[in-house]
Structure formats: structure tokens, C-alpha cells
Design a protein around this ligand. Structure first.
Ligand SMILES: Cc1cc2nc3c(=O)[nH]c(=O)nc-3n(C[C@H](O)[C@H](O)[C@H](O)COP(=O)(O)O)c2cc1C
Length: 202
């Protein structure tokens, strides 16, 4: 496991798309999955199910579920499919159905663990969910929330669109702070703009 500090991993994590097809080692995969296992969840319900897809046949049939825009993912030697169902986690008042949230947390932890090992773990929503569920024998009541496309950084960017090429070089912009970070009440800006924020990084 890498000793990359968490804040460094947060900054280094990127949804890169130029992937090498070099295999991800067993110990690396297990470290990524262990990060998911240790993730917090409502009532410790652990609603996540993860299918590590790396066998030639299984990978090939899963890759058939990708649209052209996600053609870059075809180079990946490992795709982790994450699914859950609402009954397997807290269902609380005011639509607080926690299974998607808890799976998101677990995937977040896994992405940071991957980043620490120099592995790109890129979650996608662009796939045919019913076809992918069938390919992976996922029960119908489960939601296939994401496919996490994994791989080491690669040099072949021929599959990438202009926009994707730009995103390889520069992190896509975030909304201005004032749009979605508030102080004391909804709508009250926490900071006026990004330039005035000192995160202590420099
Ligand atoms: C739920 C989710 C779905 C995504 N779906 C796709 C996708 O289908 N294809 C893709 O290329 N990137 C996908 N992404 C990656 C985002 O585009 C990327 O995280 C965002 O542009 C910010 O870039 P960064 O992660 O490098 O900071 C997805 C990310 C998330 C969290």
C-alpha cells in the first residue's frame, strides 16, 4: 500500500481516460476492495456489492455495454461493477434512502486507495445498465450504480474526443464556491470566490 498522504491523494485523483491494458495485481485489487469494506455506512449496513471483472470473456461482454463515448474504457484490464438495492440499507424519513450514498462513499474510498497506488479508478455512468446487469448475472432488484474503470496511466489517447483530451491535461473546472457552499444558512456565501480560499496547500 502506498503511503501517499490523504490530501495528496485527494488532489492527485483524476478521472483520466488514457489507460494501459497492463494487469492490476491481486494485492492492488484487494487493497482497493478493502478500502470499500472499511467505508462507513448507515447502521453499518454495507449495502455495496462489487464484482471485479477481469476475466477475458466477462470483460469482453461487459465492454459490449459501453457507448462510443466511453470507448476509452475498452483498454481497461479491470472493471469493478458496484450494485446495491434499497432494502439493504437505511430507508429514513424525507427520502433518505442511503444505499446509493453509502456505495458512493465506498467507491470514493476505493478511488483514493487506487490513487495512492498509482492506479486510475474512474467511475462511469455511461453504459447500458440492463445489458450490463445481464452480462454480470446481477439480480434485477439491484441497481448497477457504476462501473469503476481501472488501469494504470497509458499513452494511447486515440480513442479520446477533443473534450476528453482537454480533461486529460487539465482538471475540469469546478463551480464557483458561492454556488454550493454556504455559511449558516442556504444561499449565504461561505466565500466570495475561489481566489480568496487558502487551503493551506501552498
Ligand atoms: C457518477 C459518475 C459518472 C461518470 N460517468 C462518466 C462517464 O460515463 N464517462 C466518462 O468519461 N466519465 C464519467 N465520469 C467522470 C467525470 O466526468 C469526472 O469525474 C468529472 O469530469 C471531474 O473530473 P475529475 O474527476 O478528473 O476531477 C463520471 C463520474 C461520476 C462520479
Amino acid at each position: 500500500m502506498s503511503d501517499m498522504p490523504v490530501r495528496e491523494a485527494v488532489g492527485a485523483r483524476r478521472a483520466r481516460r488514457a489507460l494501459s491494458s497492463e494487469a492490476i495485481r491481486e494485492d492492488e485489487l484487494m487493497a482497493m476492495l478493502e478500502a470499500m469494506r472499511l467505508s462507513p455506512s448507515c447502521n453499518n449496513n454495507q449495502p455495496w456489492n462489487a464484482i471485479a471483472v477481469r476475466g477475458d470473456e466477462a470483460l469482453a461482454s461487459l465492454k459490449e455495454c459501453l457507448p462510443r463515448g466511453n470507448g476509452w474504457a475498452k483498454a481497461s484490464p479491470l472493471i469493478i461493477a458496484v450494485c446495491s438495492r434499497d432494502d439493504d440499507d437505511c430507508l429514513l424519513s424525507d427520502r433518505r434512502d442511503y444505499h446509493l450514498f453509502d456505495c458512493g462513499l465506498a467507491v470514493g474510498e476505493m478511488m483514493l486507495a487506487a490513487t495512492g497506488m498509482g492506479i486510475i479508478a474512474h467511475p462511469i455512468a455511461g453504459y447500458d445498465p440492463l445489458k450490463a446487469k445481464e452480462a454480470l448475472s446481477i439480480p434485477g432488484e439491484h441497481i448497477l450504480i457504476t462501473l469503476v474503470v481501472c488501469g494504470r496511466p497509458g499513452s494511447d489517447s486515440s480513442m479520446l474526443s477533443e473534450k476528453q483530451l482537454l480533461a486529460e491535461r487539465e482538471r475540469p473546472a469546478r463551480k464557483p464556491w458561492r454556488e454550493n457552499f454556504f455559511a449558516d444558512r442556504w444561499g449565504s456565501p461561505l466565500v466570495a470566490d475561489a481566489e480568496s480560499v487558502d487551503t493551506g496547500e501552498n
